[in-house]
Ligand binder design. Structure first.
Ligand code: FE2
Length: 373
């Protein structure tokens, strides 16, 4: 049964201020960048590659208000990203956090059993100093700790401003990363909850299982861990038994293991955001018209025009604290793995649990079309 607790029971071993950025490995960053700009309205921010003296890879940093997405393509088969791409296809490999000191964060995590990936390094150039370290998390995903408060250059040492020709698009009004969800293997969800509680000192906020979310065919279990200041919220899903293959299993098969399932992006005006995203050509999961038949009964009075929500197919969910509006894109790549959620919060700190049922039915229709159900 569902469990929700807004109480802080964690230990803040070191402050994690917020998500700093996400970094993707992609086969062709030049084209991925075009897509995230034209579809999601990101703006060019910084770049490193052969032109700036980097021989091994190219990285493009895109910005939209308070969020940064980095797209990295290895330039040879020797780069670790090439093997990553062979296994997983395009996807997010680094969920990076803002911290006061990358070394303190790294040492603290390792002292409680984390495995290091990149040792703390303070890089200095004429723009200041920049610290970074990284540890392992689920699958081949990592968490980097970034300390750039004393760095005045663009992004990080080695980067230059990214200048690209203008792309016509509508303003998507997307503000910041709200939460990032990982899919892990059956039976592993609690191990990863423990990891976040032990290593980061996070607290468990929400827990639900197949008795809360299931359809005739498939089900999932989910748990949400969070940082003390609520800025970092990380749901973790695992498949639960159904008659047919669950969407989490489909993800695990195509991603060849655990990884990031979706990034939720916050907006203060979801009607504006979804209108713009649809005009920019983003495909969203289909929501059956019947979803809106009893919506008012389920969620009570809301500020938005119901007809407008139905027309844009925006989902609504309510809990004791308030309500939220949300919608999920279709997978952004040919492997049915990563997608993006757009979310607007009106008091609710939840994740739309009440919508999962309606949504699952929609996801399964898509899955059946791919012959994976
Ligand atoms: Fe979500």
């Amino acid at each position: 049964m569902a469990y929700i607790s807004t109480e802080w029971k964690g230990t803040e071993y070191f402050p994690i201020h917020d998500f700093h950025h996400v970094e993707y490995f992609v086969g062709n960053a030049k084209q991925a960048v075009h897509f995230y700009r034209s579809a999601f309205g990101f703006e060019p921010h910084a770049y490193c590659g052969p032109e700036t003296g980097e021989r091994e890879k190219v990285s493009y940093v895109l910005k939209k208000n308070k969020q940064f997405f980095v797209f990295t393509t290895p330039l040879s088969s020797n780069h670790r990203g090439s093997n990553w791409l062979k296994n997983h296809g395009d996807g997010i490999y680094d969920i990076a956090f803002s911290v006061d000191c990358d070394k303190t964060a790294y040492d603290s995590c390792l002292s409680r059993g984390a495995k290091g990936v990149i040792e703390p390094e303070l890089i200095k150039d004429n723009k200041g100093e920049y610290g970074r370290s990284s540890i392992e998390t689920y699958g081949d995903t990592i968490h980097s700790f970034i300390h750039d408060a004393n760095y005045k250059g663009v992004w990080a040492p080695g980067f230059e401003p990214l200048r690209l020709s203008r792309i016509p698009n509508q303003d998507t009004a997307l503000i910041a990363i709200d939460h990032i969800v990982g899919n892990v293997e059956e039976g592993k969800m609690d191990e990863w909850r423990e990891f976040y509680e032990t290593i980061f000192g996070f607290t468990t906020f929400v827990r639900f299982d197949e008795s809360d979310i299931s359809t005739q065919y498939s089900a999932l279990k989910s748990i949400v861990v969070r940082s003390k200041n609520w800025k970092v919220k990380m749901p973790i899903n695992e498949p639960a038994n159904g008659i047919k293959k669950s969407q989490i299993e489909e993800y695990l098969d195509f991603n060849e293991g655990p990884g990031v399932q979706h990034v939720a992006i916050l907006t203060n005006d979801i009607i504006k955001s979804i209108t713009a995203l649809r005009a920019n050509g983003v495909d969203f999961l289909d929501v059956p018209d019947t979803y809106y038949d009893d919506l008012e009964e389920r969620v009570g009075p809301i500020d938005e025009d119901m007809e407008k929500l139905k027309q844009l197919k925006i989902l609504v969910d309510r809990d004791e604290e308030g309500y939220l509006l949300q919608l999920f894109t279709k997978p952004l790549e040919d492997r049915p793995t990563l997608f993006i959620e757009i979310i607007q919060r009106k008091g609710s700190r939840g994740f739309g649990q009440g919508n999962f049922q309606a949504l699952f039915e929609s996801i399964e229709r898509e899955q059946a079309l791919r012959g994976n159900l």
